[in-house]
Design a protein around this ligand. Structure first.
Ligand code: ADP
Length: 485
């Protein structure tokens, strides 16, 4: 699966859980709101119920007070009840739309109250007109009041009110329980979803980071190995973007490996060719030299001055040719033979070379030269070529000076050989390391243009570098690195 798809999936799962969390929480909060409303409504119903019951009782008391005392002041309170109570019934009824059993109880109370109103109104009217029509009051008193018709109605009203209140209290309790339960559930679900979101978020992040970093580390390692010349490949079968990168790296590594092997093969063939050719050229050149000697001997004094002049040039040219061939052989030998590694004191090595090469009027100074285990012959070839060049290209009118220093740079030694010779123009700084490149006159003695090419080849074989810092007339400093181990 593609890396982008995996990252997208990880995020989608986390976002999905968050959305579900929000949805569930929204639903639960709606439920909490509903239950809160129920509880609040129940409290209002209970409050209204006691107000209603109290008003009915007050009305009944006013009615009794009037009948007992004939004091019309009681009727004010009675009529006040007659005005307030119907409103309270309507208000209470509107709160009971969702509760049929409580509504039925209220309806019964309403009906009983109306019954009582008819009964009480008749008695009040009869009492008021007792002087005009005493028989009516007596009749009502005997048949209704005495027989406790009103009291019975009131008792039933009180009974139903108690039942109503009990039921409403139970209802309120159950709604309060439901409210607590939904609050509890909201809290639990929130914690579960939060934990799930964090868990899956962290899990997918760790998974993706591990998936990427481990494989990137493998590829960095491969690139490192390629830079060291080890052409391995990495295995990656995940089939995502990083797999494409590793496929490209692998194919780069394989191509480089193939090309370098091909190059090494060609180099070997070229070396072999140079070696064979230069070796085979030695005999015919010697032959030409012998033939000129014989001609000179046979002709003796008959040789014209012009001819003698020509014959004198031949040995010089043959010597130069031999030098070139020897140089070529040395050059070809570098990669053919692997010299022994041994302990080398560079100070002693330089001193020995100086004794052989440097004229007496030359001054040589060395600083910080190390002792190391290395291919002694190769290091010797490098120093002898560079020191002999410093001598060869010294100024004729100035006392020669050579300073050799060394410093450590990571796993390499960096040597510098500075002279106060004729110097080299900047445009030739890289050219002089090419084979047969000499800045001297082509036929000059001891100048084949091979010395620095040999030095460069040896240093390349050690996977090191060489360069020169110089200006014409201001001396030269050759700087090269050499492995410590
Ligand atoms: P050769 O000395 O046989 O010409 P090299 O390969 O040793 O061949 O040197 C190539 C050229 O680099 C020389 O011809 C010379 O011009 C220049 N060169 C090398 N070393 C020095 C030096 N120390 N000072 C000035 N020129 C130098």
């Amino acid at each position: 699966m593609k890396l982008a798809t995996q990252i997208f999936l990880g995020f989608s799962v986390v976002i999905g859980i968050s959305l579900t969390d929000s949805y569930v929480n929204y639903n639960l909060s709606q439920k909490v709101n509903r239950n809160t409303d129920y509880v609040a409504k129940s409290e209002t119903i209970i409050r209204n119920s006691s107000r209603l019951h109290k008003s009915i009782i007050e009305m009944q008391s006013a009615f009794r007070g009037f009948l007992l005392t004939d004091d019309k002041a009681f009727l004010d309170s009675y009529h006040e009840g007659g005005r307030v109570i119907p409103k309270l019934f309507i208000e209470q009824r509107s709160l009971l739309l969702n509760s049929a059993s409580q509504a039925a109880k209220l309806d019964t109370i309403t009906k009983l109250h109306q019954e009582w109103i008819i009964y009480s109104n008749k008695l009040i009217e009869a009492k008021k007109s007792v002087k005009i029509n005493p028989s009516l009051y007596v009749d009502l008193f005997e048949n209704k009041l005495r027989k406790q018709v009103g009291k019975k109605i009131n008792d039933r009203i009180s009974l139903i009110f108690r039942a109503f209140d009990r039921a409403e209290y139970r209802l309120r309790e159950s709604r309060r329980d439901a409210l607590n339960h939904s609050v509890e559930r909201t809290r639990t679900y929130s914690v579960i979803f939060l934990a799930l979101t964090v868990f899956i978020g962290v899990l997918s992040t760790v998974y993706i980071v591990r998936l990427i970093t481990r494989r990137i580390a493998l590829m960095v390692n491969l690139a490192d190995n390629i830079s060291k010349g080890e052409f391995a490949v990495v295995k990656d079968d995940k089939n995502d973007e990083l797999t494409s990168l590793s496929v490209s790296l692998n194919s780069m590594s394989e191509t480089l490996d193939k090309n370098i092997k091909e190059l090494e093969k060609r180099n070997k063939e070229l070396n072999q060719f140079a070696y064979v050719v230069s070796h085979d050229l030695k005999a015919p050149i010697r032959g030409i030299y012998n033939v000129t000697q014989w001609i000179e001997e046979d002709l003796g004094n008959e040789v014209s001055p012009q001819m003698r002049n020509y014959l004198n040039i031949i040995p010089d040219r043959i010597k130069r040719m031999e030098d070139l061939i020897h140089g070529l052989l040395d050059y070809a030998r570098i990669s053919r033979e692997k010299p022994l590694r041994e302990k080398v004191d560079v100070n002693t090595l330089v001193k020995d070379i100086a004794e052989l090469i440097i004229p007496e009027d030359f001054k040589i100074q060395t600083f910080g030269l190390p002792v190391l285990i290395t291919e002694k012959i190769r290091l010797e070839q490098v120093f002898s070529n560079l020191i002999s060049n410093a001598v060869k290209y010294s100024k004729s009118d100035v006392a020669g000076e050579i300073v050799i220093r060394c410093r450590e740079v990571n796993q390499f030694y960096e040597f510098s050989i500075r002279d106060n010779g004729i110097g080299i123009e900047p445009q030739f700084h890289s050219k002089i390391f090419e084979i047969f490149q000499t800045l001297r006159e082509k036929n000059a003695k001891e100048s084949t243009g091979i010395g620095l090419a040999i030095v460069k080849k040896i240093i390349d074989d050690q996977h090191c570098t060489i360069g020169v810092e110089s200006e014409l007339g201001k001396g030269s400093t050759f700087v090269f690195t050499w492995p410590k181990h």
